[in-house]
Design a protein around this ligand. Sequence first.
Ligand code: AMP
Ligand code: MN
Ligand code: MN
Ligand code: MN
Length: 284
Amino acid sequence: MQGIDLHTHSNISDGALSPEDLLQFAHQKAIHTLALTDHDSMDGIHRANLVAKQQQINLISGVEISSQWHRPNTKKSYGVHIVALNMQNPEPLEQLLTQQKMIRAQRAKEICHKLYKVTAYDALDDVLAMVDGHADRITRSHIAQALYQKKLVNRLQTAFDVYLKQGKPAYVALQWVDMAQVITTIKQSQGFSILAHPAEYDLSATNTRYMIDLFAHLGGDAVELSHANKPLSTRQMIDRSIAQHQLKVSVGSDFHGEHMPWRVLGQVPCLTAQQVGIWELFSP
Ligand code: AMP
Ligand code: MN
Ligand code: MN
Ligand code: MN
């Protein structure tokens, strides 16, 4: 899938590059079709598009939406990221994102407050400086970077493992929007719904299959292929679910920048002979 990358971040969320610099970098990497998919925001797309036009890159509108699903009869909910691509009418989705941004801004303050109680470090001002004061752009990655810069952790992953992930002292449980509503709203926006990185939710095989079944029944369009660092057995299981529900597939690097060097712009998995790329359905 050379030249296609449908999952990338700019500094409108937790990426390192501005939307303009991301597109310049994509040009250097000979990418011809790129989606900018910041967390819960489409605010970088207009800026990215100005460079995309100059560089003759086909920029696909996108966003990675934090959402949740649950199994009937259990109270437990599971987080899932849905990537929305190629919206022809962004308005319904923009309305949903307004809600998401409010949740994100409020959560950042609560995380910093909890963190202060256990570290005596008030991260909020440092984190706000990273996002030009836009509290609704703050992700846990930013808070992890602040902890790293203050030398309170020696790796970003340690910040998640010790403070930020579920069960840890600065974790804030959230009511993100339901996966069903996300898929419905993406349809209203005339875009495609992609189940992002299905192997990255720490789910059992049973729950991973259940999540893909549910996504398909709710009208989801495609599943993002996993990278080769995931076990072959997991990737094959996901391939079987994709085939069973006749879902399309998407490919993306989830590029963030040099602070996550294992995600390389334009480096994406290959499709099997039977799989069909969602980009085949994009309008010209
Ligand atoms: P948020 O949407 O604010 O929860 O933050 C999402 C970002 O945090 C993602 O881009 C991930 O790269 C990063 N992240 C989330 N969970 C973990 C984890 N357990 N370990 C490392 N990074 C994580
Ligand atoms: Mn991220
Ligand atoms: Mn994600
Ligand atoms: Mn992502």
